[in-house]
Write a protein that binds this ligand. Structure first.
Ligand SMILES: Nc1ncnc2c1ncn2[C@@H]1O[C@H](COP(=O)(O)OP(=O)(O)OP(=O)(O)O)[C@@H](O)[C@H]1O
Ligand SMILES: [Mg+2]
Length: 361
């Protein structure tokens, strides 16, 4: 595979906090590379350095063999779809897609053709004149993609582009992205903190933690041969749920309140919407009505040492994944309990409302 981008010993600090600790990374032509890691590990910063929106303190960025470390963003053959995709709400779909082309002075006929082409690619043919607020989240996401694609970049940088979508739409978009990548024949560098997403879509997964690359490899390599506990832990199965802080150190998931150990001090004040991760082995089984919440076991698998069970919540909205050494019957109603320290609160990707107007020209 031909090398397209290479990061050599990149370091970056913000206010004396080291955010990137000597990142070495090679991205091949037409490769789908995913940067995977927990919140704050430096994924976005890495992407911004590749895109030219941020300068490293030291190290070199190569593109096609050229040192582009100090080349401005708009002179790189790279386009970005940001974590918060920041469409222009006062422009319609067509105008949004055309924005970059107008700035670079392309003719009206050329632009019209390009809009058509891009809308077809993202399966939104005929949407030119729709207003942005008349689109669903997934459609807006695809417009953001179309806007990046029309500039014909050699590389597309995608920062958690599916973060705001519900699970089903996310999965659909994952297929779309892989298809798009094949059709366009360009290089994708994708950022996510969702391990499943990374494993599904990528040619290469790069697992990051605290400014270091922990491991890079094919999805199979990362899954089957994790290099350390961090990677193993990060790649393993988890319950990942949407939640909301309702009090200091209390998070609500699907109407149930869980005491946890995170609060304002950790950046999770009351009312904040969050993602919550609960590992299957951390859900303890209690008698029905004696835990924090109840459910019905709907499936059970014996996998070596322990049982893996799916437990449906009483309102039917959530299927919890549990691992337990004890045998329980399918159909049984159980209570469940999770210790506060086993509830991991995570930041959600920024919502559109919070988004700064970051423009990718
Ligand atoms: N402009 C900045 N000024 C100060 N600190 C920053 C700045 N940008 C990022 N950081 C810090 O650098 C670290 C890495 O941030 P980065 O945005 O790269 O993380 P991330 O891996 O993208 O996380 P997430 O999954 O939450 O998006 C964080 O601790 C963040 O607070
Ligand atoms: Mg980020």
């Amino acid at each position: 595979m031909n090398e397209l981008i290479r990061l050599e010993n990149i370091t970056k600090s913000f206010d004396e906090n080291v955010v990137l600790n000597g990142i070495d990374l090679t991205v091949g032509e037409n490769e789908f590379v995913t940067l995977l890691g927990p919140s704050g590990c430096g994924k976005t910063t890495t992407l911004r350095i590749i895109g030219g929106f941020e300068q490293p303190d030291s190290g070199i960025v190569y593109f096609d063999g050229q040192d582009i470390t100090t080349l401005p963003a708009n002179q790189r053959n790279i386009n970005t779809v940001f974590q918060n995709y920041a469409l222009f709400p006062h422009m319609n779909v067509g105008e949004n897609i055309a924005f970059g082309l107008r700035v670079s002075g392309k003719s009206d006929a050329y632009i019209k053709d390009k809009i058509k082409y891009a809308l077809k690619l993202v399966n939104l043919k005929g949407y030119e004149n729709r207003r942005i607020d008349q689109l669903s989240g997934g459609q807006q996401q695809r417009i953001a993609m179309a806007r990046a694609i029309v500039n014909e970049p050699k590389v597309l940088l995608l920062d958690e582009p599916l973060g705001a979508l519900d699970l089903k739409l996310r999965q659909e978009m994952q297929y779309e992205l892989v298809r798009l990548k094949k059709e366009l024949g360009i290089t994708f560098i994708y950022v996510t903190h969702d391990q499943e997403e990374a494993l599904t879509m990528s040619d290469k997964v790069v697992v990051m933690n605290e400014g270091y690359i922990q491991q890079e490899g094919t999805p199979e390599e990362i899954y089957d041969e994790p290099i350390n506990a961090f990677v193993a832990d990060f790649i393993g199965d988890s319950n990942i749920l949407s939640g909301k802080m309702v009090d200091e150190r209390v998070v609500e998931i699907n109407g149930i309140q869980f005491p946890c150990i995170d609060g304002t001090e950790q950046g999770f004040p009351p009312k904040k919407r969050v993602d919550v991760v609960i590992r299957p082995e951390d859900i303890e089984i209690r008698p029905y009505g004696k835990g924090l919440f109840n459910g019905t076991i709907i499936s059970k698998l014996f996998i070596g040492v322990h049982y893996e069970m799916l437990v449906q919540s009483e309102d039917g909205k959530i299927e919890w994944l549990l691992q337990n050494y004890d045998q329980h019957d399918v159909g049984a109603k159980i209570g469940m309990y999770v210790r506060p320290e086993n509830i991991q609160i995570m930041h959600k990707p920024k919502s559109e409302a919070e988004s700064a107007m970051e423009i990718d020209l």
